[in-house]
Ligand binder design. Structure first.
Ligand code: TRP
Ligand code: ZN
Length: 884
């Protein structure tokens, strides 16, 4: 039966809320199993004609109603209706005060949405629809109110009581309870509400804004963990400064608090003045966190801080506009990281992530536009498309109008929409107004799902010495969406001579000449002619990945080799190397599948040789060059594949490279000094990444010498990055060395859950021994728990996405164990189970026999009546896309 739960919400049905709530005064009387929440609301009917006869409809789920008073009069059961997660009051006056009192049970809240307990503390997660699990409220982002909050709790257990805004009063009762009152002067929607209560250690600092205001910064962490928040604090101060300098945006409260919690469904949350973080994205020191962790912490601290303007001061009218805040804020954090670290390396990493997560989403059963037309569960729409493709659209916009004009547009957007709940139209309006650029067709980036494909063909006429380039773009059909039109694409171009030197060419029949070009494409096809070359130039397309498209070129192997060696744009150098690798790997996979001997071209080894020879100049970049595309990426270019065939091909090519480049790799590896003092800087991290890339390839040789190197690296490691690199290396061998290292690791870190997540992840992704058996062992390890999302992802997510040959086993056993895990998680946390369920999306790219097995597993899950609406939405979409 269809319930209210799975009727889609549609963008076209948007209507403002008929009432305004100017003030909300909330009292939380905290008790782990029975918290009383009293809400006093000042409500006014809004002056729309249609609103005159509207009932007041408030959201509220799982609330044990104690009492309702309207203007001081206690209502009885005849005065209101409770249905489908709503409280409905008909015939309310135009202006009135409403008081509701409810009881809730935070200790039993395992879904981690609303008020819940984590490690004995109270905390909240309200985005997107958590607030309705605490009190009756119009739980939608366009209802913005001034919140006053009073928190009461036993002082001994819960000494710290936090909410948004400023703490305005505190007090004690005689029975050992105490209270704190918080007032947030900024209007905000319910999803930005937060409350925290518990005992913490703190790290404190200050930031002076450019207008001279001092902001007190506090990070609240587990007892004994304050020193592990130092890096996050530093990242916060750098973020605050960066947003002032680049976007002209200053912080607007006297305090800024961050709390780390261990049980959290997502990375972090931008609640006004009180960000709440998954501790995995906040706590770091060299002995417990990898460089990737440091980098992620810097990015997420910045992301949540930047939301203070892109999200909080200007919020979203409805959840269809989610990318308005998320895409823009991801763009902002990407730019911040690029400025703090290496812009080129950051861009390559972002493109890698986009291709690994968003491209498959956009070409499979879960494809949806950056602004969807409808959704069932909004939690399921916090996707790579909304975030990462959304950020790419902002980047396309910036490239089209130029950096300075773009910043003017952003400024105008903030100023025009400050304090309001805005739409993507508002954003585009500000961009157009400030830049004078009509931005034709830009809306289609938001409305059309699917990754556009850009085909580029070039012909050089030896007689006229003219180079003609023809571009064609098309966007493929996606579920429920066909017949798409062109999108505006900025195409960055340059040319190289056969000697690898950059060429300055002239646009045919004009005086315009340049070394590099930015061509805005606003049509389905485009032809350009260039003159000035004496022989056929090699074209460098889409420099810096100037648009998020699949690029198809007519580059020959020799062209790719030239670009890999000589391009002045690091992205294209990397891309050319990757393309050589992809072509090589696919050719080998096809030979192996046909039972033929694989014939491997030397281009790849030569490109790697070049990377190694040049490695000292930019170790982080070299490390990226030395990583072959992984199996999941190959699955995207080999339709209806057999993942184990791809894995075999990859292992074969890796062992060949390890053998051929043994000397260069060994030398490069040996240049790394494991004893050098640690710095989390991008430069130092680059050296570690280069060592890791060399070790990884050396281990592919399968030799004892390589295994010993990994083992020595593990036991000599002075930081977590090197430890994990060594463990990854050892995991290629399996056997006693690997297990001894794992045991040593567990012995050292068994009391640190975040580090133990890495112990799970390494093993879940290991291809040695029997990965399925390993999965089952880890699943029944006493330290595995279904209640901690990080742990669930460290096992289930890592196995299904990071170990594709095992997940896609020919006998379907990989699907089965992951399916069972999803069912188990779903009993306590539907949003987490649904997210884990997205791993089955990759089944749309495997061969028919496997698709059928996956379909069987999904069928069994969908047959369960108890399956959450979240998980049902995801799994049924994937199921529908699989071969029957
Ligand atoms: N807005 C958060 C961000 O910074 C995302 C988020 C945090 C979230 N917690 C959540 C989304 C829970 C859905 C459910 O990106
Ligand atoms: Zn965000």
């Amino acid at each position: 039966m269809r319930t209210q739960e799975n009727i889609p919400v549609r963008l076209e049905d948007y209507r403002p809320f008929p009432f305004a709530i100017s003030h909300a005064s909330l009292v939380f009387d905290l008790h782990p199993t029975r918290t009383m929440v009293t809400a006093r609301l000042i409500i006014d009917r809004r002056p729309y004609e249609w609103a005159k006869s509207e009932a007041l409809k408030l959201d509220g789920i799982g609330l044990e109603l104690q009492s309702i008073e309207l203007d001081g009069r206690t209502l009885t059961a005849q005065d209101y209706l409770q249905e489908d997660g709503c409280l409905i009051l008909k015939n309310v006056p135009d202006s009135f005060k409403l008081e509701t009192k409810v009881a809730i049970n935070p200790a039993e809240n395992t879904a981690l949405s609303g008020l819940y307990m984590s490690a004995g503390r109270f905390c909240t997660q309200c985005e997107a629809e958590g607030f309705r699990h605490m009190t009756f409220w119009p739980d939608r982002p366009d209802v913005m109110s001034r919140f006053h909050v009073r928190i009461e709790a036993p002082e001994a257990e819960f000494p710290t009581l936090l909410s948004n805004g400023n703490r305005v009063a505190i007090g004690q009762y005689e029975d050992g309870r105490h209270w704190a009152a918080w007032d947030d002067p900024h209007l905000k929607p319910s999803y930005l509400f937060a409350l925290v209560a518990g005992g913490f250690d703190t790290l404190e600092d200050q930031f002076v804004t450019r207008s001279g205001r001092t902001v007190d910064l506090t990070i609240y962490v587990d007892k004994g963990a304050a020193s592990r928040a130092i890096y996050a604090m530093d990242a916060l101060k750098r973020s605050m400064k960066w947003d002032e300098e680049v976007f002209g945006r200053e912080y607007d409260l006297d305090i800024f608090n961050i709390v780390a919690v261990s049980d959290f469904n997502f990375g972090a949350m931008e609640n006004k003045g009180l960000n709440i973080f998954n501790s995995a994205l906040l706590l770091a020191d060299e002995t417990t966190a990898t460089d990737a962790d440091f980098e992620a912490i810097e990015a997420v601290v910045a992301h949540e801080y930047f939301h203070n303007w892109s999200g909080n001061r200007v919020t979203c009218r409805d959840w269809f506009q989610l990318s308005l805040k998320e895409g823009f804020t991801v763009f902002r954090d990407q730019e911040f990281s690029a400025d703090q670290r290496s812009r080129a390396v950051k861009r390559i990493k972002d493109v890698k992530a986009l291709r690994a997560r968003q491209f498959p989403e956009d070409s499979g059963p879960l494809a949806h536009p950056v602004r969807p037309k409808s959704y069932v569960k909004i939690d399921n729409f916090y996707t790579a498309t909304i975030y990462e493709k959304g950020a790419e659209i902002i980047r396309v916009l910036q490239t089209l109008v130029g950096r300075d004009a773009f910043l003017d547009g952003a400024n105008l957007y903030f100023d025009e929409n400050d304090g309001t709940a805005a739409t993507i139209e508002d954003w585009l309006h500000a961009m157009r107004t400030a830049t004078g650029n009509p931005l034709h067709g830009i809306e289609r980036w938001y409305d059309q799902a699917g990754t556009p494909c850009l085909e580029a063909r070039s012909v050089f006429d030896g007689e006229t010495k003219r180079l003609t380039i023809r571009f064609e773009q098309s966007t493929p059909d996606t579920p429920g969406q066909t017949g798409k039109s062109w999108v505006p694409l900025p195409i960055a171009l340059a040319f190289f001579g056969q000697d690898g030197a950059p060429l300055n060419l002239r646009l045919a029949d004009t005086e315009i000449a340049a070394d590099d070009w930015l061509i805005p494409m606003s049509s389905s096809s485009l032809e350009l002619q260039f003159e000035g070359a004496v022989e056929r130039p090699v074209v460098s397309y889409l420099r810096g990945f100037s648009a998020p498209v699949r690029l198809v070129t007519d580059h020959s192997d020799a062209d790719l080799a030239l670009l890999a060696a000589c391009d002045t744009d690091p992205f294209v150098r990397w891309e050319a190397t990757q393309t050589i690798a992809r072509n090589t790997l696919i050719a080998v996979a096809n030979s192996l599948a046909a039972g033929q001997e694989a014939d491997v071209s030397q281009d790849l080894a030569r490109a790697f040789q070049g990377a190694l020879a040049d490695a000292a100049r930019d170790p982080a970049f070299a490390a990226l060059l030395l990583r072959l595309p992984d199996v999941s990426e190959l699955m995207q270019v080999q339709p209806l594949c057999d993942p184990s065939n791809l894995l075999e091909a990859r292992a074969f090519v890796r062992s060949l490279l390890a053998e051929q480049l043994d000397r260069e790799l060994s030398d490069c590896f040996a240049r790394y000094d494991p004893a050098q003092a640690f710095s989390p800087s991008a430069a130092a991290a680059g050296q570690r990444a280069l060592m890791a890339a060399c070790l990884d390839l050396l281990c592919a040789s399968g030799t004892d010498r390589a295994a010993m190197r990994a083992e020595n690296t593990f036991f000599a490691a002075r930081n977590m990055t090197d430890m994990i690199s060594a463990l990854d290396g050892l995991s290629q061998f399996g056997g006693p060395r690997y297990h001894a290292a794992l045991a040593a690791f567990k012995g050292k870190f068994s009391d640190n859950a975040l580090v133990m997540d890495k112990w799970f992840r390494v093993q879940a992704m290991a291809i040695c021994e029997d990965p399925l058996l390993t999965f089952k062992k880890l699943r029944s390890d006493p330290s595995f728990t279904l209640l901690n999302p990080n742990r669930v992802r460290a096992l289930g997510g890592a196995f299904a996405s990071g170990n594709p040959a095992a997940f896609h086993r020919a006998d379907g056993a990989g699907y089965q164990v992951v399916g069972e895990l999803i069912a188990d998680v779903d009993r306590t946390n539907g949003a987490l189970a649904a997210r884990l369920g997205t791993v089955f999306e990759s089944c749309s790219r495997v061969n028919e026999a496997r698709q059928k097995l996956a379909r069987g597993t999904l069928q069994a899950l969908l047959d369960r009546n108890s399956l959450s609406a979240n998980t049902r939405e995801i799994l049924s979409k994937i199921y529908d896309g699989l071969m029957a």
